[in-house]
Design a protein around this ligand. Sequence first.
Ligand SMILES: NC(=O)c1ccc[n+]([C@@H]2O[C@H](COP(=O)([O-])OP(=O)(O)OC[C@H]3O[C@@H](n4cnc5c(N)ncnc54)[C@H](O)[C@@H]3O)[C@@H](O)[C@H]2O)c1
Length: 317
Amino acid sequence: MKVVVTGGAGFIGSHLIDRLLEEGHFVTNIDNFDGFYSESIKRRNIEGHMKYDNYKICEIDIRDKKGLDEAIPSNIDVIVHLAAKAGVRPSIEDPIAYQEVNVTGTQNMLEVAREKKIKQFVFASSSSVYGKNPNVPWKEDDVVLQPISPYASTKVSGELLGHVYSHLYDIRFIALRFFTVYGPRQRPDLAIHKFLKLMNKKSTISLFGDGTTKRDYTFIDDIVNGIMNSISYQGSLYEIINLGNNQTVKLLELVQKLEEISKFKANICWEAEQPGDVKQTWADVTKASKLINYNSNFSFDQGLQEFVKWFKEVTDE
Ligand SMILES: NC(=O)c1ccc[n+]([C@@H]2O[C@H](COP(=O)([O-])OP(=O)(O)OC[C@H]3O[C@@H](n4cnc5c(N)ncnc54)[C@H](O)[C@@H]3O)[C@@H](O)[C@H]2O)c1
């Protein structure tokens, strides 16, 4: 298969490309090494890819439609669109940039799909689209989408744009709603990685709220399996699918587990709840299991052990 991955130098994208290259697929990676976190981390993520003849990296911004037209060949089987400005809290600081990259950038990628007749499009959506929906665990057909951050609203927009293109142009569009993904190479701004880094440096960890907020954490290998199965999904033309672990972990419990596994000590400082943060996320994965044979194989304990092992091997912080 010939696959375009956007955001392939990032956390999830680089793992997906590991798998695609191992399986012998041709990969074009579109990534602009956005400054949200250190470029050197992203360069390290893709180091292993550079030796493959069936791999090409194009340093292009997805806002640059002309650049995309020139870089993306016409005989592509599938686009996996992961590039985005990620992160809930920073989106409140800079909502326009989030709109431009996550919405206009997504529309550019859909236009490329239309013009180059690429018939399969997998989109990285997010659990954050459910927002304040009280009906847990969250199901894809819940009508209550109440996003509470600019980031979340851009992901809702991406899903809606996908519907337009699947309806008008027969592009199969699969939106995967990822639930907090973790594992080796996890983004440094995300809770597990950020906490362990601070614990390692003996610095203080700020915990927002009272420690009872809950997250459904999903191990990266499970997410990659879900994406791979969506790439080959041949059912209906438009689907939205949760990829989660179907289990919730309280914030304080997470910190305690990190202490237990890493043997580092956490110095906690309690702070007020943050605007834009939801109280809990919890995925119903029945649909994922039925449509794309998805299983969350990694328990939270197993996944956390893998993460801590990786962190201790690579960290220089
Ligand atoms: N990690 C999670 O827990 C999680 C949860 C829900 C949804 N998602 C979504 O999954 C996708 C991947 O997330 P991640 O955690 O791997 O993030 P990441 O930041 O590690 O990867 C995103 C990549 O996109 C690239 N990028 C950003 N802006 C770009 C632009 N304008 N043009 C080209 N490339 C650009 C970045 O350089 C980066 O390499 C994102 O769409 C994110 O919103 C992630």
